[in-house]
Unconditional design. Structure first.
Ligand code: S3P
Length: 187
């Protein structure tokens, strides 16, 4: 058993942060390291709706997407502990954030603008980034959302290098967090 597998994770770990922060990439690796299942919230929403996130935005609008997102994440939080990559806007919705606060351990993957821009530029599937200049949109989202992401239980800087670097930071931060929770409970 690896050191990470020996960590007892009492609740689902929810990765939050902007598009391109690495929530799915790190989430998958984190799940493997902890011996847990990995679930991607956007993929679950697509499976439930029978169409892509982009099609939901186009046909029903962002508000309908947020509603579906809230239902899917609340349902997933009711399942046994796993690693959940949430969509970038989910933690910004107050009800979804409260559900995550109550039922999960949130980890904000914080990344700077250039990293986000480069990583999101690899795929053309984010409706919000098609509404204008992606750099300006991401900069606005950083200003609007970072104060809220900062409410996550744990913050980790997403490294501009191999995923293993960020993964190890996440594992270290998670261990520190779980140790402090256990200490708090024992006091
Ligand atoms: C969104 C992020 C996307 C997806 C949707 C909206 C956002 O998920 O949920 O396009 O509001 O930041 P990723 O963060 O997984 O790209």
């Amino acid at each position: 058993m690896s050191a990470a597998e020996s960590l007892t994770v009492p609740k689902t770990i929810v990765l939050v942060g902007l598009m391109g922060a690495g929530k799915s990439c790190i989430g998958r690796r984190l799940a493997t390291a902890l011996g847990l299942d990995f679930v991607d919230a956007d993929a679950e929403i697509e499976a439930a709706a029978g169409c892509t996130v982009e099609q939901i935005f186009e046909s029903h609008g962002e508000a309908a997407f947020r509603d579906g997102e809230k239902r899917v994440i609340t349902r997933l939080l009711g399942q046994p502990p796993h690693v959940l990559a949430s969509g970038g806007g989910s933690f910004i919705d107050p009800a979804t954030r409260e559900a995550i606060r109550a039922g999960g351990i949130s980890i904000w993957l914080r990344a700077d603008l250039d990293i986000l821009l480069r990583r999101t530029g690899r795929r053309n599937n984010r409706p919000l980034l098609k509404q204008g200049d992606p750099r300006a949109i991401l900069q606005d989202l950083i200003e609007q959302r970072y104060p809220t992401y900062a409410e996550a239980d744990i913050t980790v800087d997403s490294a501009d290098g191999p995923p293993e670097v960020t993964l190890n930071r996440v594992l270290d931060a998670l261990k520190t967090y779980l140790d402090s929770q256990a200490k708090g409970a024992a006091e």
